[in-house]
Design a binder for this molecule. Sequence first.
Ligand code: FAD
Length: 497
Amino acid sequence: MPDLNDRYDVIVIGGGNAALCAALSARESGASVLVLERAPEAGRGGNSRFTAGAMRVVYDGVADIRRLIPDLTDDEVANTDFGTYTSDQFFDDMGRITQYRANPDLCELLVTRSRDTLLWMRDKGIRFHPIYGRQAFKVDGKFKFWGGLTVEAWGGGPGLVDGLHQAAAGLGISIAYDAPARALLHDDRGVHGVRARLAGKTVDIKAKSVVIASGGFESNAAWRTRYLGPGWDLAKVRGTSFNTGDGIRMALDVGAQPYGNWSGCHAVGWDRNAPEFGDLDVGDAFQKHSYPFSIMVNARGERFVDEGADFRNYTYAKYGRVILEQPQQFAWQVFDAKVLHLLRGEYRIKRVTKARADTLDELAAKLDDVDKEQFLKTVAAYNAAVRQDVAFNPNVKDGKCTVGLALPKSNWANTIDQPPFEAYAVTCGITFTFGGLRIDTSARVIDTEGQVIPGLFAAGELVGGLFYFNYPGGTGLTSGSVFGRIAGASAGPAARA
Ligand SMILES: Cc1cc2nc3c(=O)[nH]c(=O)nc-3n(C[C@H](O)[C@H](O)[C@H](O)COP(=O)(O)OP(=O)(O)OC[C@H]3O[C@@H](n4cnc5c(N)ncnc54)[C@H](O)[C@@H]3O)c2cc1C
């Protein structure tokens, strides 16, 4: 337990990626830093710990990948088409995916600071590697990356969080666990510290700057229902149980301005029988992200969404909502033998809700809660509509689509006719909420009058204004790192001024 008689320049609320990047960057500026993590040490790291560590970053070619991953081998370079992910591509994705609502100033920082921020993390000891298992398929002997998502932290989310903690320990950053922040100490001159509960006692800890990085409100069933809408209390939470919107509430209490897509969130297809909150032993593996190679059917036995509308990482974050809207909030993803070898590792975990059969009739009987007759009709109509004259290629949007269905499948439409058949039951798993606080380009929190709240900074999930309706995969961690680093770089010098 840190000595609270010590005076800290900066208090960081939260213990995930955004918080630790803020702490490291504030410490770099010479500030003394205390991190308040609500979780016990064994459960530290927030949603960041549950991730695969995938991070969306600008790179202009393999030379940039090599700078990020110095131990990339010549063989890997020779056998991989990394392509590029230029700032233009990242801007285009953010614009298209958010229907051009993303705040341009925040978006510009996210995109243009992504590369140097990951290099900064590398310098702090975080190692990266290419996401061969999830973002590239081997076609004609060569891996090709798709979807603008190419690197992940070594050891995934747990590796990332451990690496950031090691760096924090090396720099003498103090961390208190089981330390929920409850309120901001505030007067007309701004924020001067935090009221927190430490070792069962409520204490006021003074500091010159406070960074809030305590996540969104995804783990708060009442807020989900209030802001996302009816039915959201029924979603499962993919990650930590600790992100209940505390930081947002504390900031609103001192006049911060709510900002961004408060009715929006990131939510995916998640095992129908997964627990209420994430399980660190399973990590992100309750997700079932190979649906572009499936058809998804609901309780009525009907398809309800274009499974192949785009690459997985441009549709997965909005399809959780679509699944939640189905009767009984579930769907089955159905595959046949032609694509089983393409299923991601998460389909082979022990805790999976799965049916397998050698005929479609037998499979229909095994799909719990589904109208069997309609399911068989749906498959027959779908099979008849698949274009046979277009070749299947998982690495590109192949245009192998259906023709004549009211609800098309636009890419990767293979017939479902070759046994064995497999099906996986999913419901809606919420990842994080999009609405939050308004910050400026120095990560200073803005109040309802449009003025900076002196001494208050924010980063991570609770920053509003970046994501609307949807989200390009791998951007949450990058956003936390970019804005965490900026928040720390602003909070540290402000505290020492
Ligand atoms: C299963 C899963 C997989 C994901 N995969 C990816 C991926 O591969 N790539 C990607 O970019 N994003 C991914 N995401 C999204 C990503 O996790 C988040 O966008 C990102 O981690 C948010 O970082 P953060 O630091 O803002 O929040 P978090 O990492 O959630 O940290 C919030 C912290 O605040 C603490 N806290 C909460 N309330 C208080 C309080 N009152 N006082 C003190 N501390 C408090 C929590 O304990 C936690 O430590 C995934 C999310 C999940 C759940």
